[in-house]
Design a protein around this ligand. Structure first.
Ligand code: SF4
Length: 209
């Protein structure tokens, strides 16, 4: 099994869940992101994979190690990167997770650009593998979305609209769908909540770290 840089964390217990860090690739450079300020660390963990993304087999062996003697109510794809870049591997990991922890909720935390990344609708695949998605939308305003997320050029023009469409499709596919918004100064959280609700999703405010 290929292993990332020695200290890199792949599976880490956080709150009630087990969280998985399987890529460092991002389609955005979110203004609120803490990865650079914290030198890719968070609490006692180091999330820098140094370009060596862990195989599904390695991820599941790290899950087994982290879950020894413990139970988790959820397993969350959430590290310093956008997990949908690794869609096929994520689906394989989900299959292994279903066998290991059938009662856990499987959730993806995402910036919502998976359909643009893959140039197709990935929601049916997600709905077949996951229970829930949390989409980091952060604003109801397209211009502010571009300002907050600083997307790569290929995501700039269509990113916001694609993210809204992704949310709509997740709701329709039966995924428990939550829109999140970081409480950045100047952000209209009430408008973000209204937009989330108009798409049929739940809403959660996240504190600025
Ligand atoms: S997608 Fe996540 S890891 Fe990437 S820049 Fe945004 S907050 Fe940071």
């Amino acid at each position: 099994m290929r292993r990332p840089a020695r200290a890199a964390t792949i599976a880490y217990p956080f709150k009630k869940g087990l969280y998985l860090n399987i890529t460092n690739r991002c389609p955005t450079a979110c203004r609120f992101c803490i990865k650079r300020a914290l030198n890719w660390r968070f609490e006692r963990w180091d999330f820098k994979l140094s370009g060596r993304e862990p195989s599904p087999r390695l991820v599941l062996s790290e899950v087994d190690a982290a879950a020894r003697g413990r139970t988790f109510s959820e397993v969350v794809f959430c590290g310093y990167g956008e997990t949908t870049y690794r869609l096929p591997d994520m689906l394989a990991i989900c299959r292994g997770l279903r066998r290991r922890c059938p009662r856990a909720v499987l959730r993806l935390n995402t910036v919502g650009l998976g359909n643009l990344i893959w140039k197709r609708d990935i929601v049916p695949a997600l709905a077949g593998a996951l229970d829930a998605v949390a989409v980091s939308l952060n604003t109801a305003d397209p211009a502010r979305w571009a300002e907050i997320h600083a997307p790569l050029a290929r995501f700039r023009a269509r990113g916001f609209a694609s993210c809204l469409d992704f949310i709509r499709r997740c709701v329709k596919a039966g995924l428990s769908t939550t829109v999140t918004a970081v409480a950045l100064p100047g952000t209209d959280l009430a408008a973000a909540r209204r937009l989330a609700e108009s798409l049929g999703a739940g809403f959660r405010r996240r504190p600025l770290i």
